[in-house]
Design a protein around this ligand. Sequence first.
Ligand code: ASP
Length: 456
Amino acid sequence: MWKNMGLTGKILIAMLLGIVLGLFINYAGLNAEGGFIDTYIINGFLAIVGKLFVNSLKMLVVPLVLISLICGVCGIGDIRLLGRIGTKTFLIYMMTTALAIATAIGLGSLFGIGKGMDLVSDTSFESKEAPPLLDVFSNIVPSNPISAMANGDMLSIIFFAVLIGISILMVGKPAKGLVQSLELINEVILKMVTIIMNLAPYGVFALLTKAMSELGLDLIVSLFGYVAVLVGSLAFHFFVTMMIVLKLFSGLSIKTFLAKMREVQIFAFSTSSSNATIPVTLRTVTKRMGVNNSVASFTVPFGATINMDGTAIMQGTATIFIANLYGIDLGVTEYLTVILMSVLASIGTAGVPGVGLIMLSMVFAQVGLPIEGIGLILGVDRLLDMLRTAVNVGSDAAVTTIVAKSEGKMDVAIYNDANAGTKDVFDGHIDEDNERNFSEIFSDGKMGSDYDDRPD
Ligand code: ASP
């Protein structure tokens, strides 16, 4: 049965099994520090499988973003259009983040979370420095592109790729062969994504079992108000606000979008990293939703870096919670500062696990809330990070779809085809057709000439 099941089904089952097993280990107290299960299973076997899986995703991020974006810019072909798409995407990303944080502040205030509670702060929290905003802007242009790639500095990589793409366009016809080769490399990297996606059930299972076995369940109970409002705001923003925005601006089916996003969101949930999820998001929006690579190759990595609706929601909720807890009154100016700071903070920080808390200390410092208050919510942040990352990538994909549809860079037939991009399963052997292609390619030097119309 497992063999004949679709990939999404397998990933879903792996996710549920991981959650149930992890919670069982936690609840039954089998995870005692230094014990057999803790040492050999949780921090041994599961940690290794999970790390291998996350590494294999991260491995593809930089090459994929660089190559697909160069191809994307060449695909747009018009520098002015590129500017328009860039501006439009940026504005919509900022708008959704502001909506997200407004929801969080609204619901947080409505329920008065944190009022009358008496909690002791975990003083072990040390705030790390968030990058100064000015540095973020000046570092967009990398002084050394190789080191930018080695460090995974997404905005620098985006800048470098766009510049290469524009230069290729300026060279024009003589560069046609180069573009074709890059498109082939892009296709090859997407095949690598496919291979890794087929290993996802095992990776997701390992990551979730480990994460759930380490959750502070008692803490979730004592911070119930905070956790409930935060989860409610995340759900409201993604399922209501974003879906209304999607319908309004693109007219596309919400049901189809949600169904096709399931896999991506499980990846985001298990890795807690929008960045590591980029390959899967990019593959899903292009192959399964029909978004043209010329739009997606830019909007997806850009969104993973600057668009963090889920993180903004956490910041809004945490601000209200800590302010109420410490009996600090926040006025309209402070709320507006929180909105502005959260939006700005999300621009400068990449989508990696736990980065939201670092940004939160920046927001707290600005509105004068005690930084050590963050220590209070630290214990439940692991789970909430998983949830907010799923919302972060959901918003990236929704905005990508909206921009692509509005620019006519979308194949609606692919979007509406439930099976689009699902048959591309790697089961260990290359099919006969491709094998034959290979021998032809190498015997008559036709490499790449027919790739464009090869089915997915
Ligand atoms: N983990 C989140 C992401 O990758 C960022 C955060 O909120 O910590 O999108």
